[in-house]
Design a protein around this ligand. Structure first.
Ligand code: COA
Length: 535
C-alpha cells in the first residue's frame, strides 16, 4: 500500500479560482454535447417522425440492454468543420451491451443530409471499426444513408481510410469471425446499400427500408426504365426475390428486436484476459480535480494531486519516486483494473525519459495496460541536456512507448506540445483510445511561443532588408498567430477532426477508463518486441 497524502487546501483562493474556471469549461462541454445529441435540423427530424421512423438515438436506446452504458466515440466529430455543421459527423458510434454482449454500434443519422457520408463520417465509421476489430466486438450497423455526399468525393472516394475502407474492414473482420450485422431502416443508396450487402446478416424494414445501387431517378436517367422504390429495392423484394436481406421486419422496433435475437445466439464471447480486484473509490473526490488543475497556463498543475483523485483508494505503487521526478510512473487500479500510469509533472528530462522507458518495459513484461497522462510543454532544451544526449534518451522513451503491445491509452489533461505530445503517446502513435479533458490542449507549441518564434523570424528579415517595424506592428503581427494556435490546440478542434476520440469530464474519467479496460480484456495478449534502444 502506498496511499498518497493530499496537501491541497480546498478552501484556498487558488482552488476556488481554478474550480470556477473549470466549471465554465464543463458547461461548455455539456452545451456542445447537447447540440450533438439533438442530431440534424428540426425540419429533418420532424420529417423523420412523420415517416413513423425512430430517430437514430431512439434506435440506439432500443437496441441497448436496459441500463447498459454507452461508450460513445467521436460524439463531437465534424462540429464546425463543414458549412451547416454535421452533428456527430452524421453517424453515431460507440460500444454498448446488446443481449448481454458488448457490441460496436454504428448508426446513420439520416436527419443530417440524408445520412450521406462526408469525409468525417467515413473517418468516424472507420475509426469505430478499428476499435471493434481490435476488441473483437460484434458490429451492428443501422443503415439509412444516401451513400457518398457527392461534393465531398475527395474525402470519401479515392483513398485508404475513406468510404472504401469501411467495406474492406467489414470483409476482413467477417473473415476473422467478427460478426457483422445490419438493419436497413430507410432508403440506402450505392455505398449505403453495399454496407448491409457486405454484412453476415441483414434485416430490412417493410415499406421503409430500401437498398439499391442507384435510386429510381438515376435508373431512369441511365436506362429510361421507370421503377418505384419498393420494386427496385424495398424490403419485400429483397427478402423474397433478390435474397439480399435475410429478415423482413414490420417496423424499426421489430428490426431491432430481431438484431437482439441474432446477438443472443452468437455463441461464446471471448474470455477476460485479466483478473480484477474489488473496485475502490479514491480517497479524495474526483470533483476536486476542478480546483486543482491550474487555470493559469503559467502555473503548472501538481499532477500527483490529480492522480490520487483518479485511482482506487488513491493508492499508487510508484516506480523510482526519487528519480526523474517530472515523469510520475506507477502501478495503480482503476475500478479494480490494473494499469501502469505515466503522468507528466514538468518538462521531460533525460532521467524522466529513461525512467519512463524502463517502466514501459516492466508493464509489457507483466502484461499491464498503459495510461499516458499528458501535461507537458515538451522535452528540456539547452546545451547541458543536448550534451547529455537527451535526443537518444527521448528516443528510448518513444521506442518503448511505440513498441509496447499492451493496450495504451492517452489522456491529455493540460497542454501537450511538440515532441512531448508525440512521446506521451499522441495520436500518431496509435493509442487504443485518445481522450482529452476540457483543459487539454495540443499543438506544435504554445500560442505565445509560436507568436514569438514567428516574430523573431520576421524581425531577422526586417534587419536583413534594412526595414523596421514598430512595437505596435509587431503586436499586430503576433495577435492573430496567438489566436490561431489557441483555436488549433482546443480539445474541440481535436474532437471535431477526430484527432481524439472523446472529450471527457474529469469526473467521468474513471468510469470511461474502466469500460475501456474491461473491453481491452477481450483482446488476446501479444508479446512486445522493442525497437533498437540507442544506448
Ligand atoms: N450527396 C449530397 N447531398 C445529399 C445526398 C448525397 N448523396 N443525399 C442526400 N443529400 C442531401 C439533400 O440534398 C438534402 O439536403 P438539404 O438538407 O440541404 O436540403 C438532404 O440531404 C436530405 O435529402 P432529402 O432527399 O430531402 O431526404 P430524404 O430522406 O427524402 O431522401 C435519400 C434521402 C438519400 C433517399 C435521397 O436524398 C437520395 O436519393 N439521395 C441521393 C442518393 C444517391 O444517389 N447517392 C449516390 C451516392 S454515389
Amino acid at each position: 500500500m502506498s496511499v498518497m497524502p493530499s496537501t491541497v487546501s480546498l478552501n484556498s483562493e487558488e482552488f476556488r479560482r481554478n474550480r470556477e474556471a473549470y466549471e465554465a469549461r464543463i458547461r461548455e462541454l455539456h452545451e456542445r454535447r447537447a447540440r450533438a445529441l439533438a442530431g440534424g435540423p428540426e425540419k429533418a427530424r420532424l420529417l423523420h417522425k412523420q415517416r413513423k421512423q425512430l430517430l437514430p438515438r431512439e434506435r440506439l436506446a432500443a437496441v441497448l440492454d436496459p441500463g447498459s452504458p454507452f461508450l460513445e466515440f467521436g460524439q463531437l466529430a465534424g462540429d464546425g468543420l463543414h458549412k451547416g455543421v454535421v452533428p456527430s459527423g452524421g453517424i453515431i458510434t460507440g460500444v454498448g451491451l446488446v443481449s448481454g454482449r458488448p457490441c460496436m454500434l454504428m448508426i446513420h443519422d439520416a436527419t443530417v443530409k440524408g445520412g450521406s457520408y462526408y469525409g468525417i463520417t467515413a473517418k468516424k465509421h472507420v475509426r469505430a471499426q478499428m476499435f471493434a476489430w481490435q476488441h473483437r466486438l460484434t458490429c451492428i450497423t443501422m443503415v439509412q444513408s444516401g451513400g457518398a455526399n457527392l461534393p465531398e468525393q475527395a474525402h470519401i472516394f479515392p483513398d485508404e481510410g475513406q468510404f472504401g475502407s469501411i467495406f474492406y474492414n467489414q470483409i476482413r473482420m467477417s473473415a476473422e469471425g467478427i460478426v457483422q450485422i445490419a438493419t436497413v431502416h430507410g432508403p440506402s443508396t450505392a455505398g449505403g446499400a453495399y454496407l448491409p450487402a457486405l454484412c453476415d446478416e441483414a434485416v430490412i424494414v417493410r415499406n421503409q427500408g430500401a437498398m439499391y445501387l442507384a435510386g429510381p431517378e438515376l435508373v431512369y436517367a441511365a436506362t429510361k426504365e421507370e421503377v418505384d422504390v419498393e420494386t427496385l429495392g424495398g424490403g419485400e423484394m429483397h427478402s423474397r426475390v433478390s435474397g439480399v436481406t435475410d429478415q423482413l421486419a414490420e417496423n424499426d422496433g421489430h428490426a431491432i428486436a430481431i438484431v437482439r435475437g441474432i446477438v443472443a445466439n452468437l455463441g461464446a464471447a471471448p474470455k477476460q484476459r485479466w483478473d480484477t480486484a474489488a473496485p475502490m473509490p479514491p480517497r479524495h473526490h474526483p470533483r476536486e480535480i476542478y480546483g486543482i488543475v491550474s487555470a493559469d497556463n503559467r502555473h503548472p498543475t501538481d499532477n500527483r494531486e490529480v492522480l490520487l483523485r483518479l485511482i482506487d483508494d488513491s493508492d499508487l505503487q510508484e516506480f523510482k519516486p526519487l528519480y526523474g521526478d517530472t515523469m510520475i510512473c506507477g502501478f495503480a487500479r482503476i475500478k479494480g483494473f490494473q494499469i501502469g500510469i505515466l503522468a507528466n509533472n514538468g518538462v521531460i528530462f533525460s532521467e524522466s525519459a529513461l525512467k519512463g522507458a524502463h517502466f514501459i518495459e516492466l508493464c509489457c513484461q507483466r502484461d499491464i495496460p498503459l495510461l499516458f497522462i499528458a501535461d507537458v510543454s515538451g522535452f528540456m532544451v539547452g546545451k547541458a541536456v543536448e550534451q547529455q544526449g537527451i535526443a537518444k534518451h527521448g528516443a528510448k522513451f518513444m521506442t518503448a512507448m511505440a513498441s509496447a503491445n499492451v493496450p495504451r491509452y492517452t489522456l491529455i489533461i493540460g497542454g501537450s506540445y511538440a515532441a512531448g505530445y508525440m512521446a506521451m503517446c499522441g495520436r500518431p502513435f496509435k493509442p487504443t483510445v485518445m481522450m482529452m479533458w476540457p483543459t487539454g490542449r495540443a499543438a506544435l507549441m504554445g500560442p505565445e511561443q509560436a507568436a514569438t518564434t514567428l516574430a523573431m523570424v520576421r524581425e531577422k528579415i526586417h534587419r536583413r532588408e534594412g526595414t523596421t517595424w514598430t512595437d505596435e506592428d509587431k503586436e499586430r503581427f503576433k495577435q492573430p498567430i496567438r489566436e490561431q494556435f489557441e483555436r488549433f490546440a482546443s480539445p474541440y478542434n481535436y474532437a471535431s477532426n477526430l484527432w481524439c476520440d472523446m472529450v471527457v469530464d474529469p469526473v467521468e474519467t474513471r468510469d470511461t477508463m474502466a469500460l475501456l479496460l474491461e473491453l481491452a480484456g477481450r483482446q488476446p495478449q501479444r508479446d512486445t518486441r522493442f525497437g533498437v534502444f540507442r544506448m
